[in-house]
Ligand binder design. Structure first.
Ligand SMILES: Nc1nc2c(c(=O)[nH]1)N[C@H]1C(S)=C(S)[C@@H](COP(=O)(O)O)O[C@H]1N2
Ligand SMILES: [Mo]
Length: 498
């Protein structure tokens, strides 16, 4: 019961924080990877498509047996059984770490499972020893006995109900994960431009030019990640249109696809923050679908809606001005991860995510800013959210000490859909010095830069500012993120010690 409670609790929590990887799926995956091919073939021959169910049942049996032994051991010697649970937690942790989908939240799950299991085990053993003690004493043993069975019964009920919920939820997620894993992405009609030589500077401590999916920041209001079966997915274009249009996933995949690197950013990204990432997106231009529907005169906004009801309001002209605004299905060569909007999301170069990057997309309503408000607008955020020119120092980290002499600075700058023309640094509010700007992948992505500066011993303040390709300079006045994005120069302190 103790082991069951721990596992069921961690599986349920996985449904919310890590739908693509739980303790049990990690263990199962590790077992599948570890068994010799002969055994695998034998299992498939014996159980057919129920092979995964058989594997999970087998794992449950092994865990139950080990847990039963732990219970007996714990009764004899305090914490001996708990130690076995701890070992099991470590095995689970090792399994999670071997998985490709590993995330910080996934790592917590086996630790949580073991922790809860130990707590429940201690309580159950406590009640059991109380009952044992009462049998030896003169007092009636009935209350102590009832106490034990009440806790046992309560735990059993929780395991059964929680287990059923977790199975149903994980079953759905597992099915969709399998569909996602086996989904072949179409070849783009317009492939992404090659990354120019020298675009990636590669100073130690700089972020990669293209952000790997597991490291890509995640921001949304979804308490549990929506799990959408692509076979049931539909996107409807409604509102001020000549004709409503609806397309399904297969139809979308058959469209001529565009592949582009685009850097998306969150309006909640403070100056110097990391709520920004650059990926290679594959999708069909939004304007093509809008053209099929035919927006009526007077419309100036597209209210995109996700399966969980969240909405973003995007200017219609931005979606139709020819930029690579995409109904994206792919991210860095894979179908979108569930957390990043599987099966379809919007990606619009130049706009903050809250006004453009709707994940788990289900509807595009052509409307007017005067008639409709998106999710964040009544909550203190501007209806329109173009990304502000910004730049960041990644190397050295703020507060680091350095040896006197030449210190290598490096970082990123972005002005999506205009492009960066110049990046400058200044030390202790001195004169601006121009950094070496690496070629960008396109004007829709961030650019890396670097500059070596000679520093004398002492404490120094170093600032960065960017200028876009139209000559607009990053705003100096320091302001926080609401209502339409932070401004100010990223400022770091460097201690130079002789
Ligand atoms: N359905 C849905 N889509 C959403 C959001 C959301 O809360 N729900 N948040 C948006 C915000 S504020 C940002 S910054 C981006 C972040 O995308 P990412 O999580 O893939 O990095 O998604 C956007 N799309
Ligand atoms: Mo955001």
């Amino acid at each position: 019961m103790a082991a069951g409670t721990g596992l069921v609790a961690s599986e349920l929590i996985a449904g919310f924080v890590s739908p693509s990887l739980s303790t049990m799926t990690a263990l199962g995956g590790a077992v599948i990877d570890a068994v010799p091919p002969g055994v695998k073939d034998w299992a498939v021959a014996l159980f057919g498509t129920a092979d995964k169910l058989a594997l999970l049942a087998g794992m449950a049996l092994v865990i139950a047996a080990v847990a039963a032994v732990s219970g007996v051991v714990e009764l004899r010697r305090r914490f001996a059984g708990a130690a076995i649970f701890a070992v099991f937690g470590i095995v689970g942790l090792a399994a999670v770490l071997t998985r490709a989908q590993v995330t910080v939240s996934a790592v917590v799950l086996p630790v949580l499972a073991a922790g809860i299991a130990v707590l429940v085990l201690r309580r159950l053993i406590g009640r059991l020893t109380a009952w044992e003690a009462s049998q030896q004493g003169a007092a009636a043993d009935l209350p102590a006995r009832r106490g034990f069975f009440q806790l046992l019964g309560g735990t059993a009920a929780a395991v059964i109900v929680g287990g059923a919920l977790a199975t149903a939820w994980r079953g759905g997620a597992a099915g969709v994960n399998e569909l996602r894993r086996t989904l072949g992405l179409p070849t783009p009609r317009l492939p992404a431009a090659a990354i120019p030589a020298g675009a990636e500077i590669g100073l130690d401590g700089m972020e990669p030019l293209v952000t790997p999916n597991p490291e890509f920041y995640r921001i949304d209001t979804a308490l549990s990640v929506p799990v959408i079966d692509p076979r049931e997915w539909r996107l409807r274009v409604t509102g001020l249109v000549d004709r409503e249009v609806e397309i399904d996933f297969a139809t979308l995949l058959a469209k001529p696809m565009t592949e582009r690197h685009v850097t998306i950013a969150c309006v909640s990204n403070e100056v110097g923050g990391d709520l920004i990432g650059n990926a290679r997106w594959l999708g069909w231009p939004v304007r093509e679908l809008l053209a099929m529907a035919g927006p009526k005169p007077g419309a100036d906004m597209v209210l995109s809606r996700s399966s969980d009801g969240w909405t973003a309001g995007t200017p219609l002209d931005v979606l139709t001005d020819g930029r690579d605004a995409l109904l994206a299905v792919g991210m860095n060569g894979e179908p979108l991860p569930l957390e990043h909007g599987f099966p379809v999301r919007m990606i619009v170069p130049g706009l903050y995510g809250y006004v453009s990057a709707t994940k788990w997309l289900t509807e595009l309503k052509v409307t007017r800013f005067a008639d409709d408000v998106a999710y964040w607008t009544p909550r203190g955020w501007s209806a329109r959210g173009p990304i502000k020119i910004s730049s960041r120092i990644d190397v050295p980290r703020n507060g680091r000490s350095a040896a006197p002499g030449r210190v290598a600075f490096g970082g990123v700058a972005w002005a999506q859909h205009t492009g960066i023309g110049k990046v400058e640094l200044r030390v202790d509010r001195g004169s601006w010095q121009q950094a070496d700007l690496a070629p960008g992948i396109s004007v829709d992505t961030w650019y890396q830069w670097q500059l070596g500066i000679d520093l004398q011993p002492g404490q120094h303040e170093v600032q960065v500012r960017a200028t876009d390709l139209r000559g607009a300079v990053q705003i100096e006045e320091h302001r926080s993120v609401a209502p339409d994005g932070a401004t100010g120069f990223h400022t770091i302190r460097v201690d130079v010690n002789p």
